[in-house]
Write a protein that binds this ligand. Structure first.
Ligand SMILES: [Zn+2]
Length: 198
């Protein structure tokens, strides 16, 4: 096998960006290429995400790959025996322990492709993503298309009844097209916290 980093066993790649930036599409593309190269690839994702059918990663563009759903990071090492490449979808939804778990797998010789949102709907760093970005050998930050102005979008706009969500809303609400848009920094909006507005 041709290795990207010949002198170390494994490495960590991070694919991040806002919603609708093609992250899952890119994750599936990388793992399919590994399979074409004769490697065994596995995708793992947290149980929280059930937008589409459990047991698959499905990109907004329609690409699909089977995925194993896990309840917690500690479940992952028991699944990866015999695999060369492991993709982690929606990695921002895992608790902080995901960092050391993935670190251990990389040390053990695995190529890990961690994929997820780098910012929540407020624009704050999401979950363990900052730590993963810092530790990764390779980082790709994808842009979507701003729903308002058509420019490159790096942020996720949350909408409640069509209006910008308040800054103190819940961070995690797994939703569909009508609740989230990709926006550029200029077009991204947050409403005043609901408590202050009341
Ligand atoms: Zn814009």
């Amino acid at each position: 096998m041709i290795r990207l980093f010949p002198n170390c066993g494994g490495w960590l790649e991070v694919v991040c960006g806002p919603m609708f930036s093609g992250k899952s599409e890119e994750l599936i593309r990388r793992l399919r290429r590994a399979e074409i190269a004769g490697q065994r690839a596995l995708i793992v994702k947290p149980r929280l995400d059930d937008r589409y059918d459990i047991g698959h990663v499905v990109s907004h563009a329609g690409a699909r790959m089977r995925a194993v759903v896990v309840d917690e990071p500690a479940d992952i090492p028991g699944l990866v025996d015999g695999y060369d490449v492991v993709g982690i979808d929606e990695v921002q939804f895992f608790p902080p322990e995901i960092v050391l778990i993935l670190d251990g797998l990389v040390e053990g010789g695995l190529r890990i492709v961690a994929c997820g949102l780098d910012q929540d709907f407020r624009g704050f760093p999401f979950g363990a993503m900052p730590e993963l970005l810092c530790r990764a050998e390779l980082v790709d930050k994808l842009q979507a298309v701003c729903h308002s102005c058509g420019g490159p979008a790096t942020m996720t706009q949350r909408l409640v009844d069509g209006a910008p969500a308040p800054a103190d809303g819940a961070t995690i609400v797994v939703g569909a097209l009508e609740q989230y848009e990709a926006r550029c920094r200029s077009c991204h909006q947050l409403a005043a916290p609901a408590l202050a507005a009341g």
